[in-house]
Write a protein that binds this ligand. Structure first.
Ligand code: FES
Length: 173
């Protein structure tokens, strides 16, 4: 609606350096110090077009880390080959993505155990034993779809509310 603010993160310029992780991109909202009311109601737009397969970016959504990853075909196949019965928190890749965009995984970068920021979104970081994210605080391993596979975390990395507002831009929140 017209009251919500949209803050656009443009990663195209910084991604020209090639494959790798782009780092933390702060949406404008964090610089403008809006009131808590505005912040709670805000959305964050992320252009996903420059994210290469196998690459993740980190952003900030409502003051928390947000991971946006484009899965490779092999990662999609790996996620879909995992029986739901093997999962502590049974969700398919399709459950965690949007139709027609199963290659784009959007999760909070917040471990569901005690809230540390997992590794794996930046180039060269430990992705854990299941090729996704690894929380070094107490050793939780998340898979390519951000699903908890090993360690103390009880649930999958949270998928926030989001929608594609064009072929290449998601609105989170
Ligand atoms: Fe991540 Fe404990 S906070 S494993």
């Amino acid at each position: 609606d017209g009251v919500r603010r949209r803050d656009f993160i443009n990663i195209a310029a910084v991604s020209a350096a090639g494959v790798g992780t782009i780092g933390i991109v702060y949406p404008l909202v964090s610089q403008m110090a809006p009131s808590a009311d505005v912040l709670a109601d805000s959305t964050t737009d992320v252009d996903v077009s420059a994210i290469e397969p196998g690459q993740s970016i980190k952003a900030i959504f409502r003051k928390q880390p947000l991971f946006v990853k484009r899965l490779t075909p092999a990662e999609i196949a790996e996620a879909n080959a995992t029986p739901l019965s093997d999962l502590r928190d049974a969700e398919s890749l399709a459950d965690r993505t949007r139709p027609g965009h199963e290659d784009i995984l959007v999760t909070m970068g917040v471990c569901t155990h005690l809230g540390c920021v997992p590794l794996g979104a930046a180039e060269g970081e430990n992705k854990g034993e299941y090729d996704g994210y690894f929380c070094p605080c107490h050793g939780s391993h998340y898979d390519v779809a951000g699903r908890i596979r090993k360690g103390p975390a009880p649930t999958n990395l949270e998928v926030p509310e989001y929608e594609f507002i064009s072929d290449t831009v998601i609105a989170v929140g």
